[in-house]
Ligand binder design. Structure first.
Ligand code: C2O
Ligand code: CU
Ligand code: CU
Length: 518
C-alpha cells in the first residue's frame, strides 16, 4: 500500500482532529512487517572490517568549571560499505559523531554550527539540561543564510519554538551522576531521517564513583553504537522520506510508517565489524541508536556454564550491584553498560554478538576474536555504586496513565492518549522535587523516553520488572500489549520537556507530548 501525499496529509489531519483514531492491533514484532522487500543493500562480507572507535572531541578551552566545545553539523563522505562512499550528515561530518567526555560537576558548553541544508535541534539524551539547552523539537538552529525559515522548516510545529541562526550554544550543567548519554537530532517531524543520516554521537559522563572502580578501562572500555541501515546500490543511504529534501512534507512511505528497519547492522558506523580482544574482561557501552529496531543480544557460543554479560550500568549510570544476563533486550535509545569476560574462551576462538530477534543478516551484530593471552587487571566488584537516594514510590504525589497507540495500520498519526503532539499542549504538570507514578500501556513495540528525568521501572504487566529493566532508566522498552509502571522523580529544572516514543518514525508521526515541571 502506498499513500499519496494528499491522502497522507488528510489522514494526518483527521488523526489530529481526533476523528479517526488509529487502531493499532498488530501483535507481531514490527520488524517482520516493515522491512522493505524491494530495496536490498549491497552485500558485505560480515566480520571483515575492524570495529572503528569514534574520536574523542577535544575542548577548545577550559575555564572555571566549564569545558567549551564546538561541533559543525555537516555532510561528509564516509566509507561505510567497503569500496563505496556514503554521504552522511554528521556532527563534524562523521557518523557516529565524536564522543564527548564530560565530568560530573564540570559544565560543558557546546556551540553547534549548522551547515546542513535543513534546520536541526540537538538533544542530549539522558541529560538533565535546562529547557533552553534540551533540544526542544521546535527550538531550531536554522541553516546558514536562512534569516527566517520557510514555513516547512518549522514543520507541523508552525512558528512555535525559539529559532537560532546558523549556530546555537548549548549548556549542560552535568549535575548528575556519571552515565552513558548520547546526543542526537531532535528536529520536529524529521528526527527519523536526520538521525538516520548520521546525527548521533556518544556523551560519556564520568564521575568519582566510576574512577574508583577496578572496571576495564582504556582500550578495554569500548563503545558499541548499534544501528541498522539500508543502502542503495551506489552506497547512499536509503530512507523512504515523502520529501527526501527534508524541507517540506514530513513522513515516510507506508512500509516505514511504523519504523525504518535496515538490513545492514552497523556498529560504530561499520557493517558487522570485528574486534580483536585478549582473554580478559572488557567493558562495552552499548547504545541502541537504531531508529526502530529492537535487539535481543546474546553471545554465540555462550560461555560454557556461565552468563554471557555482567551488566554494570543502565541509562542512568552505574547499578548498585552487577546483574548477570544471558541475553539483553535493547530497544531504541537504551544503553547497557556491560562487562564480558573473554577468559572463558580459548585463544583463537571467535565469539559472535548475535541479535536473536533478527532474521537472516540482521541476526548478526559483530564478532569478537580472542587473539591473545593477557594478564587480568580488572574485576567487577560486588558493589558498584552507593545506594541510590530514590524517593519511595509509595509517597508519589500523582498517578497518571498514558496509552501509546501506533497509527501505522491506517497510515495516520501515532498517538499518546489518543492525541498527537502539539508543542503548545501540556499533558502533565509535576511539581519540582516530586515523585509520580506513570502507568504506560502500549499497543505495539514502543520504547518510551522521558526527557530530564531518570525513573525506575516498578512493575511490568502486573509483576516484577524484567531483568533488563534494572537501574535508573530514561527509556523503557514496551512490547505489544505491555503495561509498565514507572516511578519518576522530577528534579533539576522547571520548564517544559517532551516525552515520546523513541521509535523515531512514531515520534515523527507525533507520538510525543509535553510535561512541564512547575
Ligand atoms: Cu533520544 Cu527526545 O530523545
Ligand atoms: Cu532524551
Ligand atoms: Cu512507538
Amino acid at each position: 500500500m502506498m499513500i499519496s501525499r494528499r491522502g497522507f496529509l488528510k489522514m494526518g489531519l483527521m488523526g489530529a482532529a481526533g476523528l479517526a483514531l488509529p487502531l493499532g492491533t498488530l501483535l507481531i514484532p514490527l520488524s517482520r512487517l516493515a522491512t522493505s522487500k524491494s530495496i536490498r543493500s549491497p552485500s558485505v562480507e560480515p566480520f571483515a572490517v575492524p570495529l572503528p572507535i569514534p574520536p574523542i572531541l577535544k575542548p577548545l578551552r577550559t575555564a572555571t568549571g566549564t569545558d567549551y566545545y564546538e561541533m559543525t553539523q555537516r555532510a561528509g563522505r564516509q566509507e561505510i560499505l567497503p569500496g563505496l562512499k556514503t554521504e552522511v550528515w554528521g556532527y563534524d561530518g562523521i557518523f557516529p559523531g565524536p564522543t564527548v567526555e564530560a565530568r560530573s560537576g564540570t559544565q560543558v558548553a557546546i556551540r553547534q554550527w549548522n551547515e546542513l541544508p535543513v534546520p536541526v535541534s540537538t538533544h542530549l539524551h539522558g541529560g538533565k539540561s535546562p529547557p533552553k539547552s534540551d533540544g526542544y523539537p521546535t527550538d531550531l538552529i536554522l541553516p546558514k543564510g536562512h534569516e527566517r525559515g520557510p514555513s516547512g522548516h518549522a514543520g507541523r510545529g508552525g512558528s512555535a519554538g525559539e529559532h537560532s541562526h546558523y549556530f546555537k550554544d548549548y549548556h549542560y550543567p552535568n549535575e548528575q551522576r556519571g552515565a552513558t548519554l548520547w546526543y542526537h537530532d531532535h528536529r520536529m517531524d524529521f528526527s527519523g531521517p536526520q538521525v538516520y543520516r548520521g546525527l548521533a554521537g556518544l556523551y560519556l559522563l564520568r564521575d568519582e564513583v566510576e574512577d574508583g572502580l577496578p572496571l576495564p578501562r582504556g582500550e578495554k572500555e569500548v563503545p558499541l553504537v548499534i544501528a541498522d541501515r539500508t543502502f542503495n546500490e551506489d552506497g547512499s543511504l536509503y530512507y523512504p522520506s515523502l520529501d527526501p529534501s527534508l524541507k517540506e512534507e514530513p513522513g515516510t512511505l507506508a512500509p516505514a510508517i511504523n519504523g525504518m528497519f535496515g538490513d545492514t547492522i552497523l556498529v560504530n558506523g561499520a557493517p558487522w565489524p570485528y574486534l580483536e580482544v585478549s582473554n580478559t574482561l572488557y567493558r562495552f557501552r552499548i547504545l541502541n541508536s537504531s531508529n526502530a529496531r529492537y535487539y535481543d543480544l546474546a553471545l554465540d557460543p555462550p560461555p560454557p556454564g556461565d552468563k554471557s554479560f555482567v551488566q554494570v550500568g543502565s541509562d542512568g549510570g552505574l547499578l548498585e550491584e552487577p546483574v548477570a544476563h544471558d541475553r539483553i533486550l535493547a530497544s531504541p535509545a537504551e544503553r547497557f553498560d556491560v562487562v564480558v569476560d573473554f577468559s572463558r574462551y580459548r585463544v583463537g576462538q571467535e565469539v559472535t554478538l548475535k541479535n536473536l530477534e533478527g532474521e537472516g543478516l540482521t541476526m548478526d551484530v559483530m564478532r569478537f576474536v580472542v587473539v591473545r593471552h593477557e594478564k587480568e587487571e580488572s574485576t567487577v566488584p560486588e558493589r558498584l555504586a552507593p545506594a541510590l537516594a530514590f524517593p519511595d514510590p509509595d509517597e508519589a504525589e500523582a498517578t497518571r496513565r498514558f496509552q501509546f497507540i501506533a497509527g501505522g495500520a491506517w497510515g495516520g498519526m501515532s498517538t499518546i492518549n489518543f492525541r498527537v503532539f502539539d508543542p503548545e499542549r501540556v499533558d502533565a504538570r509535576p511539581r519540582l522535587g516530586s515523585t509520580e507514578i506513570w502507568d504506560f500501556h502500549s499497543d505495539q513495540d514502543h520504547p518510551i523516553h522521558l526527557h530530564l528525568v531518570h525513573f525506575k521501572v516498578i512493575s511490568r504487566n502486573g509483576g516484577r520488572p524484567a531483568r533488563w529493566d534494572v537501574g535508573l532508566k530514561d527509556t523503557v522498552l514496551m512490547r505489544a500489549g505491555d503495561d509498565v509502571r514507572i516511578a519518576a522523580h522530577f528534579s533539576g529544572h522547571r520548564g517544559k520537556y517532551v516525552f515520546h516514543c523513541h521509535n523515531l518514525e512514531h515520534e515523527d508521526m507525533m507520538m510525543m507530548t509535553n510535561f512541564e515541571v512547575i
